[in-house]
Design a protein around this ligand. Structure first.
Ligand SMILES: [Zn+2]
Length: 605
């Protein structure tokens, strides 16, 4: 159990005041009891869990320093660091404001309705003192008289609404506990005797809070039992879900004893809704399951490179396929094990993941290990070429987990669950390397898995999904692809038909279409037609496969000969690999159907 912490400001103390709501400004006062000579401070450039340089200092303004009555000169050293030319050892006060206008879970938000922040956006890091105790005071103001506060930080001296003093053992803990402010819905439940709190901001009055509490509890219990069995002890003493419901959005960020989530209001359960979870609600439950699983897999068991975070630059690892991919494999599987979805709904989720991988030609270009390492410039900075150049370590990583699990189960000595628990013990809930995974697999299965990991993780060959699924009672069947797949295109159709991505090796690429083109019309059998959606192309083309497409590019109109592949033929996958060797013909749209219910149950139960 954590030792009681003194209910007074620490030597490093932040006072955060959400007073300037309409200007979206948090006002922050950082007091250092014992600054060094030439004390350096900085704001992180990234937030752990989201692998992109975000340069949070771009939102920091009006930084000033004082010692007593004396203004202290500051020198900005680079985009996120400052040197304070203070007298060492005497109390130093830094004042600044942070503009909070990011509605995502990765930064900070403040307006008249709600506040939210991560410490990485608001709390300057005091170099050399990161390991010390930090305190955070959240000040109530007239503007927030009806608001409450929710955070996973340790409450030291707070009022009934949660305003007041919070403590953290060090800077890492301080910035790993996001804070929600406002008038939100709160519910509580215990899962395996651990207290959990669920906070929902932005819900409509028809929101069914009790149902979300009940279902979230089932997910948490399934996850705790997964890692520790019926009697084991989870690593967290309590847990907080911060869920923000918005018009449109979906995402989450994992933390040590909390998670910040965003979902669409339509994803929330509504009162008097049918008992079976619809697709929207299943998506939300999958997100909750995913982020909660991270409490073990990436927050504790984590890449050796994340033993201690470097907040000043990219932190590279080639293991995101394990930490994000395996978490993605288990998020839906635990919904099924918790009884929240049935076999058919589970297979639908899995088919969606498989289709996403099959419709990404970049899987033949980068391995998931390379994609992990490159996350900072590829996955997190998507552009028109991303699908051709890389593969998601979430989706393909999940399929690597699936292939390992089904191989282990077929051989009959162990399951991937056993391997995950073996890793947890072997790595003592801490940093791991790929060598640890090799060792855990070998120990559980009684044979090495080097060849499989080499091929599936470090290579680009197709995964043996069809055979492995068949051995567990599931048929993988090729389906007639949608027109976009037949053409090898990704499009936006809100304001006319705009080409976003031309997939490698597809019909659209052969025709000379390019990302950014506006598709204006199509000619079929000598007649020309205006098109605004892909459905229009299908409608006017009929069964004709030799078409002419009219596109606008850079102010010019272009006529492009377009050979539409026959129905049932994929656009992007019927290709020759770069060096002339043919890749196996792979459908790019599949469905999954049970062929042996008992075999399927043995896997899913
Ligand atoms: Zn994740």
């Amino acid at each position: 159990m954590p030792t009681a912490r003194p209910a007074e400001p620490a030597d490093l103390h932040y006072r955060v005041e959400p007073s300037d709501l309409h200007a979206h400004l948090f006002h922050v006062v950082l007091t250092l009891a014992h600054p060094a000579a030439g004390q350096e401070v900085s704001l992180p450039v990234w937030i752990p869990g989201s692998y992109l340089i975000r340069e949070f200092a771009k939102n920091l303004q009006q930084l000033k320093a004082r010692q007593g009555r004396r203004a202290v000169p500051l020198t900005q050293l680079d985009k996120h660091r400052w040197r304070v030319d203070c007298r060492p050892g005497r109390p130093l006060e830094l004042r600044y404001a942070v503009c909070a206008c990011d509605p995502s879970v990765r930064s900070a938000w403040l307006d008249a309705a709600r506040g939210f922040f991560n410490g990485t956006s608001l709390c300057l890091r005091v170099h050399g003192q990161e390991a010390q105790r930090h305190t955070l005071e959240i000040a109530s103001t007239d503007a927030t008289a009806h608001w409450s506060v929710a955070t996973g930080l340790d409450a030291l001296a707070t009022d009934e609404r949660g305003f007041g003093l919070y403590g953290a053992a060090d800077y890492d803990e301080l910035v790993d506990c996001p804070v929600e402010l406002g008038t939100f819905w709160v519910g509580h439940f215990d899962a395996c005797a651990i207290p959990h709190r669920l906070v929902v901001a932005g819900a409509t009055p028809s929101f069914d809070g009790q149902r979300l509490l009940d279902d979230t509890r089932k997910i948490c219990e399934a996850a705790i039992r997964f890692w520790h069995g019926a009697a084991g002890k989870a690593p967290h003493a309590s847990f907080l879900f911060l869920l923000h419901a918005v018009d449109d959005g979906c995402g989450g960020l994992e933390h040590r004893n909390s998670t910040a989530l965003v979902c669409g209001r339509r994803n929330l359960p509504r009162q008097q809704q049918e008992a079976k979870a619809g697709e929207n609600y299943t998506t939300l439950l999958g997100l909750i399951s995913h982020e909660y699983f991270h409490t073990w897999n990436v927050k504790r068991l984590r890449p050796a490179e994340f033993s201690s975070y470097d907040y000043s630059r990219e932190n590279y690892t080639d293991l995101l396929w394990f930490f994000e991919g395996f978490t993605s494999y288990y998020d839906d599987l635990l919904l099924r094990r918790a009884g929240l979805i049935d076999d058919a709904a589970y297979l639908k989720c899995l088919a969606k993941t498989i289709n996403q991988v099959l419709q990404t030609p970049g899987r033949a270009v980068q391995s998931v290990a390379q994609a992990s390492f490159d996350a900072w410039v590829k996955y997190y900075r998507p552009d028109a070429n991303t699908a051709n150049a890389t593969i998601s370590y979430y989706t393909k990583g999940a399929l690597v987990a699936l292939c390992l699990d089904l191989t282990l189960r077929r051989e009959g000595h162990a399951t991937l669950d056993d391997v995950m628990r073996a890793l947890w013990t072997r790595c003592q809930q801490g940093p791991m390397t790929e060598a640890d995974l090799h060792a855990a697999l070998h120990a559980c299965a009684g044979r090495p898995f080097d060849a499989e990991l080499q091929q599936w993780v470090h290579g680009t060959a197709e995964l043996p999904l069809t055979d492995l699924l068949a051995a567990h009672g599931v048929d993988l069947k090729a389906e007639t692809p949608q027109l976009a797949q037949r053409l090898g295109l990704r499009v936006a159709q809100d304001h006319g038909l705009r080409i976003q991505t031309v997939l490698r090796g597809g019909a659209a690429e052969k025709s000379g279409m390019a990302a950014g083109d506006e598709w204006l019309g199509v000619e079929a059998r000598g007649q020309g037609w205006r098109v605004r959606k892909l459905d229009d192309v299908a409608f006017y083309a009929g069964t004709e496969t030799a078409l002419t497409a009219w596109v606008a590019r850079d102010g010019r109109l272009l006529r492009l000969a377009l050979e539409l592949p026959a129905r049932g033929q994929a656009g992007s996958a019927r290709k020759k690999a770069r060096h002339g060797t043919a890749t196996p013909a792979q459908p790019d749209t599949i469905s999954l159907t049970p062929s042996d219910r008992n075999a399927l149950r043995r896997w899913l139960d």
